[in-house]
Ligand binder design. Structure first.
Ligand code: ADP
Ligand code: MG
Length: 300
């Protein structure tokens, strides 16, 4: 295993930030760590990287215990902290050289990580002159300097504009081809775009740990989007079997949610026919992952 988290709890004074958290991540996986603000994502990542000490439990990174074998464990970890703290007055190369010294890696590695993270066109500038997207590249380049097997990225795309967002996601995906990546976010689409697996945390507890495919497959509801040629009354639609809820999304288009996984499209066609309606379009929609996330982390 690349990362093994066992029974981790963390108290900040009276406040419980993590409550008996456990999961493991295999070599080469890209796992999204998703949760609302304050759920405990950064705390978990700081514990994995050895910057915060857990109140209870153990973490192994590449089989080294972060509590008892911290230096060896940290050699295997590249960490991009939340808010990516950088020295804005340093030139990109100066900053990378400073970090290369800390890790005792050869200076030749600096050019390698610059190329790897697409920093080349901006590499002669001061960090303070860079856009947020390029600053994230500097953070990623720094995290990669010492050839770590495991990357811990805390909200790597928060605050980026839509173009930068796509670029940094692609970069992470690319880097992730030969590394284990554990990345936090509060955006579900991010997980969909980058990850194979998702771990959802809410109020310090893991509420879901599944591959994306399984998460979608296990849904017992089904959503059908349908457009009729004429207006329909909501109470008429209620006669379709297994219907759970209806929403008029726009114009003559309806979103029908069924409490069954069985394909209900033919029932919808039958309904239209019985009521003298024509079906202009009909499609099965997967419940979107954003909805699943909201359900899993809804305030109770
Ligand atoms: P996330 O990264 O998911 O937003 P955090 O791990 O930052 O969540 O925070 C989890 C909880 O722990 C929050 O309630 C936060 O206020 C609290 N917390 C985080 N860091 C500290 C700290 N250094 N001292 C006290 N409480 C903290
Ligand atoms: Mg955080």
């Amino acid at each position: 295993m690349s990362i093994e988290v066992k029974n981790i709890s963390k108290f900040y004074g009276e406040q419980k930030a993590l409550d008996n958290v456990g999961f493991s991540i295999k070599k080469g996986e890209i796992v999204g760590f998703l949760g609302p603000n304050g759920a405990g994502k950064s705390t978990m990542m700081k514990i994995i990287t050895g910057f915060v000490i857990a109140t209870e439990g153990t973490v192994l990174v590449s089989d080294f215990d972060i509590g008892t074998n911290k230096i060896k464990a940290q050699k295997n970890i590249g960490y991009l902290p939340e808010h990516n703290p950088l020295y804005l007055d340093l030139y990109v190369r100066e900053y990378l050289a400073f970090n290369a010294d800390l890790h005792q890696v050869a200076k030749s590695r600096i050019n390698e990580v610059i190329t790897l993270t697409g920093l080349t066109p901006e590499s002669h500038k001061k960090i303070g002159e860079l856009s947020k997207g390029y600053r994230q590249r500097v953070g990623l380049a720094t995290a990669l300097l010492h050839h770590p097997d495991v990357l811990i990225l805390d909200e790597p795309t928060t605050g980026l504009d839509p173009n930068q967002l796509v670029e940094i996601r692609d970069l992470i995906k690319n880097i992730g081809k030969n590394k284990t990546v554990f990345l936090s976010t509060h955006i579900m689409q991010e997980v969909e775009a980058i990850c194979d697996r998702i771990i959802i945390i809410d109020k310090g507890k893991i509420v879901t740990d599944k591959t994306l495919n399984n998460l979608v497959a296990e849904q017992t509801e089904q959503i059908i989007e349908v457009e009729f040629d004429k207006n329909v009354n909501e109470h008429e639609l209620a006669f379709i079997p297994n219907l759970k809820s209806v929403k008029n999304t726009h114009g003559l288009v309806w979103e029908l949610t069924f409490s069954t996984a069985t394909d209900m499209r033919s029932e919808v066609f039958d309904f239209a026919q019985k009521n003298g309606l024509k079906t202009l379009q009909i499609s099965l929609k997967n419940k979107n992952l954003e909805q699943i996330f909201r359900e899993k982390t809804a305030k109770k």
